[in-house]
Design a protein around this ligand. Structure first.
Ligand code: ATP
Ligand code: MG
Length: 578
C-alpha cells in the first residue's frame, strides 16, 4: 500500500536530513524513531508502514549527497537553513565601528583564581568578535597585584581557555609592560594629571565622601621627590599612592581622585620582588588596551562608572582610545559566579578543590561532563545584552544534552538496589543496545538468571499483582513485596508476558551476577539565598552493570532513567544533568 502523500513527504524529509547528518547514509532506526516522534498517532500501524519507510530510506541512500541536499531544499524549503543555524549556533550582532581585518579584542583575567563560566562568556565574546572580523584576540594576564596572583592560576586560566577552544593570537602579561606603565604614570604626575598623596587611608576615604581635596593635590613642587621615594623604598606600603587628579566633587565617585599606583611589597609570580610600585586596574587597563592596539575593549557592566576614568586617563596621556562595550555579568540562580564567592569556600575547606562539580569553574564543568561546544552555544545564545536577568541553569543543560545525547552510551544503574527473585526464570543471555537509535555505538551481552536488582525507588512503587517491564528484557508480574521498617527489602515475581503496554512501568535493572558497586555524585545548588547549602552534594549509592568498569574516566554515559553522567573514577560517576 503506497504511503499517504503527507506521510511520504515527512518520511523523505526525515530520511534526507538523517542522511545529510551521517555522510549520506540514513538509518532506518533513526528515521523510524523521528517519524514516531512527530506522528505518535501512527504508532499502532507502524508495522504496516515499515516496508514503505524502508524503501524510502533506501531510495535516499542511493542518491549522491549533493542530490540529497537539492531534493531536501525542494521538498522542505527552509530545513537546510534551519539545520545550518543549529549547527553553527547563534551569532552575535555586528560590532559598531568594526573594520574587517582590523579588529583587536582582549580578554584580561587576573590570575588570582580559577577561570569560571563568567570568564568563558567574556573570552568567547572577545574571540567571536575577533574571528567575525578576521582580527586578533589577545589574552592578557592582568597581573599587577603580587599579593593575590600565583603561577598556578595563570596555568589554570590557560588550560581553561584551551579546553573551551578559545585560541588567543597573542598571550602576554600586563606585568611585561611594567617599565612602560610606570613611565606613563610618572609622566602623568609630571604634567599635572596625577599627584602623589601621602594622606592616611581614613583621611582619603573621609575627604572623598565629603567631596573635598587634600593638600597633596595642590603641592606640585614635591611631586618628583615623592615619586622618587615611592620607587626607592623610602616610603612604606601605606605611605603614599599616586592619584588621578579628577574632581573630588564629581557626581561619579569613580572620578574622585582614584588611586592609579600603590606600593605593594611581595613576591610576584613573574617579576619576583623587583618591583614595588604597582598600577591599579584603573590605570593598567586603559594604558594596556591602548598600547596593545585593542580596538574594541569589552567588559562587564559593573565597570560602567569607571568608563569616564578610563577615557580621561587616555586623554591626558594623549593616547589612542579603544571603543568600550559592556555586557551583563553571567550569574545563575543558586550558583554565584565570582571568585569572591568561591574562594572563601575553598580557603576554609568547605570545598576541597576548584574542580568540585558544584562550582561554576571551567574545570568543574569539564569534570561534570559538560562539553565546551555547549558552553559556547549557550554563551552566544545570551548575546551581549545588558539585561541583568539570570539565565536558568537548565538552558545551559539543554545545549549540552543536545550534543551528548547522540553519543552517550545507555547503561543501567540502580540506586539503593532491591533484589527481585523471578521465580522460574531460566538463565539466558541478552544483548542490550548501547544506544536506542545509533547502532554504531554497539551493544553488550549480559547473562541474566532468576535474580535481578532494581532501584529502591521503583521497588517502593510496586504492589502484588502489578506487571512491570524490565527494559529490553521481559515483563514480570509482582507476587510479593517484602518490607522491613517500611522499606522494601525484596520482591518476588514471576515472568509475565512480552507485550509492552503504555501504562506499564518500564524500569532499569541489573543482573545479580553482573554487579559493580557504584556511586554517583549529584551536585546541587551551592547556595540557598546567601547561605552555603550544606546539602549541595548528594551521593547516590547502588550498582551499575559490570560493563561500566571497562569505561575510561571521562566517558560520558546516560544511566537510563537516572541521567547523563561522566565517569569520574573506577566506581564513581558525576551526574551531568538529567
Ligand atoms: P571575579 O568576581 O570572579 O573575581 P573579575 O571580574 O574580578 O571576576 P577578572 O579575572 O578580573 O575577574 O575578569 C576578567 C574578565 O572576565 C573581565 O573582563 C570581566 O569583565 C569578565 N568577567 C568576570 N566575571 C564575569 C561574569 N560573571 N560574567 C561575564 N564576564 C565576567
Ligand atoms: Mg578582578
Amino acid at each position: 500500500m503506497p504511503l499517504e502523500k503527507e506521510i511520504e513527504k515527512l518520511v523523505r524529509t526525515l530520511a534526507l536530513k538523517n542522511a545529510l547528518d551521517h555522510d549520506g547514509k540514513a538509518q532506518l532506526d533513526a528515521v523510524l524513531s523521528k517519524f514516531l516522534g512527530s506522528r505518535p498517532d501512527k504508532r499502532a500501524e507502524i508495522k504496516s508502514l515499515i516496508p514503505d519507510i524502508k524503501s524510502a530510506v533506501q531510495a535516499v541512500n542511493a542518491m549522491a549527497p549533493a542530490d540529497q541536499k537539492a531534493l531536501l531544499e525542494e521538498i522542505a524549503p527552509g530545513e537546510l537553513e534551519a539545520k545550518k543555524q543549529v549547527e553553527s549556533g547563534p551569532r552575535l550582532p555586528a560590532l559598531e565601528g568594526a573594520v574587517m581585518g582590523r579588529v583587536v579584542t582582549r580578554f584580561p583575567p587576573e590570575p588570582n583564581g580559577y577561570p569560571h563560566i563568567g570568564h568563558a562568556k567574556a573570552a568567547i565574546i572577545d574571540e567571536e568578535y575577533a574571528r567575525m572580523y578576521g582580527g586578533k584576540l589577545i589574552l592578557r594576564f592582568d597581573d599587577t597585584n603580587p599579593l593575590k596572583e600565583k603561577l598556578e592560576y595563570y596555568d589554570a586560566i590557560a588550560a581553561g581557555l584551551q579546553w573551551l577552544g578559545v585560541k588567543p593570537d597573542i598571550v602576554k602579561n600586563t606585568s611585561d609592560d611594567m617599565a612602560k606603565i610606570q613611565e606613563l604614570g610618572k609622566k602623568l604626575v609630571q604634567n599635572g594629571g596625577a599627584y602623589v598623596c601621602t594622606c592616611s587611608q581614613e583621611k582619603i576615604r573621609d575627604l572623598r565622601s565629603k567631596g573635598l581635596p587634600c593638600e597633596c593635590r595642590r603641592d606640585r613642587s614635591t611631586a618628583l621627590d615623592r615619586i622618587g621615594n615611592m620607587f626607592s623604598g623610602s616610603y612604606g606600603p601605606n605611605d603614599a599612592i599616586i592619584r588621578f587628579k579628577g574632581d573630588m566633587a564629581d557626581q561619579n565617585t569613580a572620578m574622585r581622585d582614584p588611586a592609579l599606583f600603590r606600593i605593594i611589597e611581595g613576591e610576584h609570580p613573574k617579576l619576583g620582588s623587583r618591583e614595588r610600585v604597582w598600577p591599579t586596574y584603573d590605570f593598567a587597563a586603559p594604558v594596556e588596551d591602548s598600547l596593545d592596539g585593542v580596538t574594541h575593549a569589552m567588559r562587564t557592566k559593573e565597570y560602567e562608572l569607571r568608563n569616564a576614568l578610563y577615557f580621561a586617563i587616555l586623554d591626558r596621556l594623549g593616547m589612542r582610545k579603544p571603543a568600550m562595550i559592556e555586557f551583563s555579568r553571567l550569574e545563575f540562580e543558586g550558583v554565584p559566579v565570582s571568585k569572591r564567592k568561591i574562594r572563601p569556600l575553598i580557603d576554609d575547606g568547605t570545598i576541597q578543590s576548584w574542580d568540585d562539580p558544584r562550582l561554576p569553574t571551567l574545570s568543574a564543568f569539564r569534570r561534570r561532563g559538560f562539553v565546551p561546544e555547549a558552553i559556547r552555544k549557550f554563551v552566544l545564545s545570551l548575546g551581549i545584552t545588558l539585561a541583568e536577568t539570570k539565565p536558568p541553569f537548565e538552558s545551559l543543560e539543554a545545549f549540552n544534552r543536545k550534543i551528548i545525547d547522540p553519543v552517550s552510551v545507555r547503561l543501567f544503574f540502580v540506586r539503593d538496589p532491591v533484589e527481585v527473585h523471578i521465580e522460574g526464570a531460566r538463565e539466558m543471555e541478552v544483548t542490550l543496545k548501547n544506544h536506542p537509535t545509533d547502532a554504531s555505538l554497539g551493544s553488550r551481552k549480559v547473562r541474566v538468571s532468576d535474580r535481578v536488582l532494581v532501584a529502591g525507588e521503583d521497588a517502593a512503587n510496586v504492589k502484588p499483582g502489578d506487571e512491570v517491564r524490565l527494559i529490553e528484557l521481559y515483563n514480570i508480574k509482582v507476587r510479593d513485596v517484602e518490607r522491613e521498617d517500611g522499606k522494601v527489602k525484596s520482591i518476588r515475581a514471576e515472568m509475565g508476558g512480552d507485550e509492552i503496554r503504555q501504562s506499564m512501568p518500564k524500569i532499569q535493572w541489573i543482573a545479580k551476577n553482573d554487579i559493580l558497586d557504584f556511586k554517583v555524585m549529584i551536585p546541587k545548588e551551592l547556595y540557598v539565598g546567601d547561605e552555603y547549602n550544606t546539602k549541595s552534594l548528594e551521593m547516590a549509592s547502588g550498582c551499575a552493570e559490570s560493563f561500566v568498569s571497562t569505561l575510561k574516566p571521562d566517558t560520558k554515559v546516560q544511566f537510563v532513567r537516572f541521567g547523563f553522567c561522566r565517569i569520574d573514577g573506577n566506581n564513581t560517576a558525576i551526574l551531568t544533568h538529567r
